[in-house]
Design a protein around this ligand. Structure first.
Ligand SMILES: [Zn+2]
Ligand SMILES: [Zn+2]
Length: 392
């Protein structure tokens, strides 16, 4: 029997007609189910929001006092003719996969997800379904992450080495999710080589994480740090848009690094005149995407935001019905998903990522501009010449 699709694309976003709600809509709607608090998925202007309980604090930090109902993991409610429940996506605190059941048919909209361990959020949980809607931010075989502990150790030794040389370690990272993962990861590895100083955008998210019960090491604001003036070279966590800003220049001689999955792209570090690039992503790598798709048991896979074509082709070759869906996730230029001031870093056209070890697949889905606020896009870092650099 031919059934109508449970989730379809409307101008406002992904829509579940039988349930009368949208999932992560990009235009204002009456009922929005939100997978997670990054700005390209959680936008302002909806009348009612539904999200995971773990997301409550970050949702309010991001959106203000919106009308928000939350569900515990696995708890289900009836919306219209469907049952809706949320399962952990492992992407950032409170990130959820949305399970929708209608007359025995199950769809899962997974939002953004990763399978790697992350001390700041509940691990990804596979959910069996008939149709799985997946992101594809890093959906090329070249994207394979190394174990988290290894990357944390690299960050720790970079920090220790800079500290030994009296230099600050400036680590650019997305303010929501990545910054907290790094803080918690370093604390867990007992690798704190001095004080951690955070940018205001990071501090605001830290407060929400702490209010939600996530353990983070002690951090200082820039002014507190100056006042304390202990002399220890700090680790400075700031959003990409802070590169080259007066806010950063106060730390004096420093080493500049960036933590992102995009650091896997050849030339990304050099192009931005970074001293170091740490490959650390809150999105699934290629094996992770395949593992999640397999674990869903889905007969049909719908691929959104990222390298849709590569995944669709790969799954089709494996006999799985797959197609791409054009969404507006990934944020249009200016989406402030890291709590950054829109436009702060300045939009910048940049070449498509250079991919090591892959035949040039259709790169039409390559993230187009390096202005971004979430990892859904390559990072916004002002051009090299705008970055204040040490001369040594
Ligand atoms: Zn996200
Ligand atoms: Zn996304």
């Amino acid at each position: 029997m031919m059934q109508r699709d449970l989730v379809v694309l409307r101008p406002e976003g992904l829509y579940c007609e039988a349930g009368g709600f949208f999932i992560d809509p990009w235009r204002p709607v009456d009922r929005a189910v939100i997978t997670h608090a990054h700005a390209d998925h959680a936008r302002t202007g909806h009348r009612r929001y539904l999200a995971a309980g773990d997301a409550r604090e970050v949702m309010h930090a991001r959106l203000g006092r919106v009308s928000l109902r939350t569900l515990q993991w696995g708890e289900s409610i009836t919306q219209g003719d469907v049952r809706v429940s949320l399962f952990p996506a492992g992407h950032i605190l409170g990130s959820a996969q949305v399970r929708i059941e209608h007359r025995g048919e199950v769809w899962v909209v997974s939002g953004d997800y990763k399978l790697e361990a992350d001390p700041t959020c509940t691990p990804f949980e596979p959910v069996r379904c008939d149709t799985f809607i997946t992101e594809s931010t890093f959906g090329l075989p070249v994207y394979r992450w190394r174990p988290d502990a290894q990357t944390m150790a690299e960050i720790a030794s970079w920090w220790a080495e800079n500290a030994a040389n009296g230099r600050a370690s400036v680590l650019l990272c997305y303010a929501l999710g990545k910054a907290q993962r790094i803080q918690a990861g370093l604390a867990r590895a007992q690798a704190l080589a001095g004080p951690i100083v955070v940018h205001g955008a990071v501090a605001a998210v830290n407060a929400a994480y702490r209010a939600a019960g996530v353990g983070l090491p002690e951090t200082l604001g820039a002014t507190d740090w100056r006042r304390a003036a202990g002399g220890d070279a700090p680790l400075v966590l700031a959003p990409p848009s802070a590169a080259g800003s007066p806010w950063l220049s106060r730390f004096g001689e420093s080493s500049l690094a960036f933590a992102s999955g995009w650091m896997r792209v050849r030339g990304a570090r050099r192009r931005r005149a970074l001293d170091r690039g740490f490959v650390l992503s809150d999105h699934a790598d290629w094996p992770g995407l395949m593992q999640a798709i397999d674990a869903s048991g889905a007969r049909r896979v719908i691929v959104t935001h990222g390298f849709e074509a590569a995944i669709v082709r790969h799954l089709s070759e494996r006999g799985i019905a797959a197609h791409a869906l054009r969404t507006e996730f990934g944020g249009e230029a200016g989406a402030e998903s890291d709590g950054e001031v829109p436009g702060e870093g300045g939009p910048e056209a940049s070449p498509a990522p250079t991919l090591e070890g892959v035949a040039p697949l259709s790169l039409s889905a390559a993230p187009p501009a390096e202005f971004a606020a979430s990892e859904d896009r390559p990072a916004a870092i002002p051009p090299a010449q705008a970055v204040t650099r040490r001369t040594s």
